[in-house]
Write a protein that binds this ligand. Structure first.
Ligand SMILES: [Ca+2]
Ligand SMILES: [Ca+2]
Ligand SMILES: [Ca+2]
Length: 217
């Protein structure tokens, strides 16, 4: 029974690791059976010991996993980036890297890509945005309020596409201790068969969380 092996802990050592982003489901081993992939976020000072977990549907860990990924705030996605019929794990982190790894933990050629920015990267959006038959990875830089929000498009072999990055908007209001707020998505908005990229700017961002109030016990 698929649910028998659940729930699973993403904090097996009990140091307060948490899930910050959504898990993803897909077949990364090529056997036609889906895996469940989730990344945790470790509290400071262990922020460089985040892990990516991979389980089968019945909760069995994939051999060799979890793997430690040095990069605070990891956001995984699944996509077949090299066209071999098997999904890879695509993830970004707060150390400005885009990484593409296979089920055995090895990187695809050209990865990781280190973007020349500061602050964190958005989760990746993936699609063939230039209609050349290979998939691109679209990420936004959005954590460091001292820099403009920019969109990068990276090829399946790790190169930044000509003409990119592009600034989405210039400086917005200062963001204090913020997570990336702007996640790009790709889709065919005008029905012409080509993919477009959609993203929100941050210039009009306003806090939706009320100010913290003292709490009595
Ligand atoms: Ca599988
Ligand atoms: Ca592949
Ligand atoms: Ca392409």
């Amino acid at each position: 029974m698929a649910g028998a092996g659940w729930p699973k802990s993403i904090d097996p050592t009990g140091i307060g690791k948490a899930i910050q982003r959504s898990p993803v489901v897909g077949d990364i081993t090529g056997d036609g059976q889906p895996e469940i992939i989730a990344a945790n976020v470790a509290p400071i000072p262990n922020e460089h010991t985040n892990e990516i977990f991979v389980w089968s549907a019945n909760g069995t860990p994939l051999p060799g996993w979890p793997k430690v990924v040095d990069g605070f705030g990891v956001q995984p996605a699944l996509e077949d980036m090299n066209g071999d019929g098997v999904n890879e794990i695509v993830y970004t982190d707060f150390m400005q890297r885009i990484q593409v790894i296979r089920a055995d933990g090895t990187s695809l050629p050209g990865f990781p890509v280190l973007l020349p920015v500061t602050g964190g990267l958005s989760p990746p959006a993936i699609g063939d945005v230039n209609a050349n038959g290979t998939k691109e990875i679209v990420v936004a830089t959005s954590w460091d309020a001292s820099q403009p929000l920019s969109l990068y498009v990276v090829s399946s072999v790790g190169g930044i596409l000509p003409g990119w990055p592009r600034v989405v908007d210039s400086l917005g209001p200062p963001l204090s201790a913020s997570l990336p707020l702007n996640y790009p998505v790709v889709g065919d908005l005008d029905g012409d068969g080509d993919l477009e990229i959609a993203i929100g700017g941050r210039a009009s961002w306003t806090p939706s969380v009320p100010p913290c109030q003292p709490r009595s016990r």
